[in-house]
Design a protein. Structure first.
Length: 394
């Protein structure tokens, strides 16, 4: 892996009185040097509402995962209803016969209530004691079609943060129409994973399979951006834009904050967008507003968010629309993912004022908003993915 950091701002020149800028940081992780060991915990809702095709497909999805594993990978399976059932303890795949693993899956049956909280905690526990050589991709793949009987979303957020701090990423999927969308979305976002909506039982196999295959492309499992800002500089509206739009709440210590990134994947660019307030400075100065340091897999890469102070009207008129559009698109898609159509429309109005009604970005945002208004949870989930020149990020 040879990581690289690229920074840009929408206004490279600002007046002496200062200005509010839009900035973006792109992380280019480079190529994978060695395939990581995958440690996969399947966390499956086995409550009564999953009876029938959904639980059958969940079993098939687990069997599909078995076909993707290599000898040094680990897999565990936890099912939850009113209770938690450890169907398969975390096991090195080379140490168990596939037939034996399939027999454990065949015993998963649907019935009872929904204790998703304890199920998730047990799935994470199954991975905590496994060996970690620094090149390990750890995943909890959570599938549910219902609401936890006793725990609310803030409790899940706290649990997800704890799990994430141990290097375990959560991929959460809700299926059907009765699950608590806010909880599924929070789990995927807070734990630097991903959340998605599954429209039909047939999508379960793809959800499990895609997540396991993606884990095999990790080049750095615990990447982070450190921002060290100059005195007087303010940072706000921080979002992870790629691979899925997720709002970030930075925690500051003096002038420094860390933006944790999802695991870096082989040759898949990540992007962070943010607002930066450049304070007043003397004309003619070129100022570093923030030093940026990427730390990933023992490597570091650096960049800087810089501007030049000027009173030249021509320079002050320079504007990199692409950076501003990237930020605005990210905000809109994040709100659409939450189902906040009204706020998305407000953001589109602001984009229109700056960039015009006939621009491709505005038209695309309007189309996406209409799709979410007319659709449902599947459309909300899809809205959080940003289309790049290389296509839809996954």
């Amino acid at each position: 892996m040879t990581a690289n950091v690229v920074t840009d701002v929408n206004r490279p020149y600002v007046p002496g009185s200062g200005a509010k800028l839009t900035a973006e940081i792109e992380v280019e992780p480079g190529q994978q040097d060695e395939r990581p060991t995958r440690q996969i915990a399947l966390c499956i809702d086995a409550s009564g509402s999953m009876a029938g095709d959904e639980i059958a497909r969940a079993r098939s999805g687990a069997e599909w995962v078995f076909g993707l594993l290599e000898d040094d990978d680990y897999v565990s399976i936890v099912a939850f209803d009113s209770d938690v059932h450890v169907v398969l303890d975390a096991t090195r795949w080379g140490d168990i016969a596939r037939e034996e693993a399939m027999e454990t899956v065949a015993d998963i049956a649907a019935g009872g209530g929904t204790d998703m909280y304890r199920g998730l905690a047990a799935a994470a526990d199954s991975l905590r004691q496994l060996p970690d050589d620094g090149n390990t991709a750890r995943r909890v793949l959570l599938l549910s079609d219902g609401k936890d009987n006793t725990h609310d979303t803030p409790e899940f957020e706290t649990l997800a943060r704890e799990i994430d701090s141990e290097g375990i990423r959560i991929k959460s999927a809700g299926i059907g129409s009765d699950y608590r969308e806010e909880t599924i979305r929070t789990l995927g976002s807070v734990a630097r994973g991903e959340w998605t909506h599954l429209e039909a039982a047939g999508d379960i196999e793809d959800f499990f399979g895609d997540a396991v295959e993606e884990a095999g492309t990790v080049v750095a499992p615990d990447a982070r951006l450190e921002l060290n800002v100059a005195d007087g500089v303010e940072v706000s509206e921080v979002y992870r834009a790629l691979p899925q739009t997720q709002e970030v709440t930075p925690e500051w210590e003096a002038n420094t904050t860390v933006v944790k990134l999802p695991d870096l994947l082989d040759r898949e660019t990540q992007r962070v967008v943010l607002k930066v307030h450049a304070p007043a400075r003397d004309i003619g100065q070129e100022v570093t507003l923030a030093d940026v340091t990427l730390t990933a897999d023992g490597e570091t890469a650096t960049g800087a968010i810089t501007v030049e102070y000027t009173d030249d009207p021509e320079k002050l008129g320079e504007h990199n629309e692409g950076v501003d559009v990237d930020h605005r698109q990210t905000v809109i898609k994040t709100e659409l993912g939450k189902g906040n159509v009204a706020e998305a429309q407000t953001q589109i109005e602001r984009m229109t004022q700056v960039h015009g009604a006939d621009t491709e970005a505005v038209e695309a945002a309007e189309r996406q908003t209409e799709i979410v208004m007319e659709g449902g949870r599947e459309e909300q989930s899809k809205a959080t993915k940003i289309v790049t020149d290389e296509g839809l990020q996954k």
